[in-house]
Ligand binder design. Structure first.
Ligand SMILES: [Zn+2]
Ligand SMILES: [Zn+2]
Ligand SMILES: [Zn+2]
Length: 446
């Protein structure tokens, strides 16, 4: 094609150019290419391509059962719950039958239920193995239906940062679905992403205003594609690796309400989450429970179980932890957290827990971490340098002992006076107010 034709080319739909169409068709007819490619496309793009011609429709909607294996509805416009849209009779409700018997659940899950019945009619729903609903309006009733629906094939479900969800009801549903007397083979769901932050939105689905109206559909798809793969490339280069294994410190920012630890406990061996139980020796599930004295004795009456929100490495003194590390490859599968992003090319829980091969984080080449709740690293962990001192190596001084030492938290302008520094330098106190000795010195002018 002569370069002068390029401008003209842009005015036509990329996919309707016979050359491009047959090239694309040729490519997608290759199953390997098709399966690698489809997860990167939003469902609307797949349906758009299918709508361009009968061969595409046959290929995508009738010939290939796993086209919708990975279904990400986060960027689908009709899935957004928009209260203004409802007030103004907006399109959010176009799939919902509104009547006076409307329940709260009908109201908040209306947009998703509408999409689901349309997917069911097209026989798409039965193929979905991974369902991503991050950030949408998702009720506990809706999730309960997925959990107990014998037709549902969803094995990986992501509902991070969703709206209008009753957490306590969700816990009840999960504990019920995983109860010992459950039907064999149920629930089909094996992995629930709930606690972490949603994955970065694919640039493909930038708001329509940001896209030129004249940009051909095909060009949009490939541009989004490029940006998305560049983005994951950047992440793999710049990042320290996966959360938990590679990146240490706070992994879960969400506030953990009471009941979640017990829910994780009741669901283990059945369902995995994007966090795990804390293994600190104060908890009953810890291999070190009853073997390592814990100080301070029990800040919260010694909660039997805790949800891990931090990943720490080996203790600064002994290099390990009383309970040992959670090591990928030798830990039980049920003790591994699901990792972000949600896997694109598989709906298998094992691939969701597999750390990237490049993120080796210790000298012997293992992927490992120690999962801890905040209570179990309090006054042991430095928020500045991520060092910590384990229960076996370090007894946190009692409140009275701390007060006697007159150690004050550092004020960046003045720092500690010599007397105060001397008190801090006693080996007795490793961490004060979230900072270790070294990090305190760094902000204290001498
Ligand atoms: Zn130690
Ligand atoms: Zn803990
Ligand atoms: Zn420090």
């Amino acid at each position: 094609m002569a370069s002068g034709d390029l401008g003209h080319q842009h005015t036509r739909d990329y996919l309707e150019t016979s050359n491009h169409t047959s090239n694309l068709f040729g490519l997608l007819s290759n199953n390997l290419v098709l399966y690698q490619t489809l997860p990167y496309l939003p469902v609307s793009a797949i349906l758009n391509i299918a709508a361009t011609s009968r061969p595409f429709r046959d290929l995508l909607l009738h010939g290939t059962p796993s086209v919708f294996r990975h279904l990400d509805l986060t960027q689908v416009k009709t899935a957004q719950f928009d209260i203004d849209g409802i007030d103004h009779g907006g399109q959010v409700w176009r799939n919902v039958q509104v009547d006076e018997n409307l329940t709260e659940d009908d109201f908040y899950s209306g947009p998703l239920r509408g999409i689901f019945s349309s997917l069911r009619r097209r026989n798409i729903l039965q193929d979905v193995g991974t369902l991503v609903l991050d950030g949408l309006s998702v009720t506990s009733e809706f999730l309960n239906d997925i959990l107990i629906d014998p037709e549902s094939r969803v094995r990986i479900l992501s509902v991070r940062e969703v709206k209008n969800l009753n957490e306590r009801k969700l816990m009840q549903s999960l504990r019920y679905a995983c109860r010992p007397s459950r039907t064999e083979g149920m629930p089909r769901l094996k992995a629930l992403y709930y606690f972490g932050k949603k994955d970065a939105a694919p640039l493909l689905a930038a708001p329509p205003a940001a896209q030129s109206a004249a940009t051909p559909r095909g060009a949009n798809i490939s541009a989004g594609w490029n940006q998305k793969s560049q983005q994951s490339l950047k992440e793999s280069i710049a990042g320290d690796g996966d959360d938990w294994y590679g990146r240490k410190g706070r992994v879960i920012n969400k506030r953990i309400i009471d009941g979640w630890a017990e829910t994780l406990l009741d669901c283990r061996e059945v369902l995995q989450f994007d966090t795990v139980l804390c293994t600190g020796p104060r908890h009953r599930n810890s291999p070190a429970f009853g073997k390592t004295p814990v100080t301070p004795a029990s800040a919260n009456g010694g909660s039997p179980w805790g949800v891990a929100t931090f990943a720490v490495g080996g203790c600064a003194s002994c290099g390990s932890a009383p309970e040992g590390f959670t090591v990928y490859g030798s830990a039980r599968q049920q003790d591994l957290p699901l990792l972000s992003p949600v896997p694109l090319h598989s709906s298998n829980v094992k691939s969701a827990t597999r750390p990237a091969p490049t993120t080796v984080n210790n000298l012997n080449g293992q992927h490992e971490f120690v999962p801890r709740c905040l209570e179990c690293i309090r006054e042991r962990y430095c928020f500045s340098c991520n060092q910590w001192w384990c229960e076996a190596c370090y007894q946190v001084p009692s409140r009275e002992e701390m007060t006697l030492q007159h150690v004050h938290i550092v004020d960046e302008a003045n720092g500690l006076n010599d007397h105060e520094l001397a008190a801090f330098e006693q080996p007795k106190v490793k961490v004060r107010m979230g900072y270790c000795h070294d990090c305190v010195l760094k902000v204290t002018p001498r």
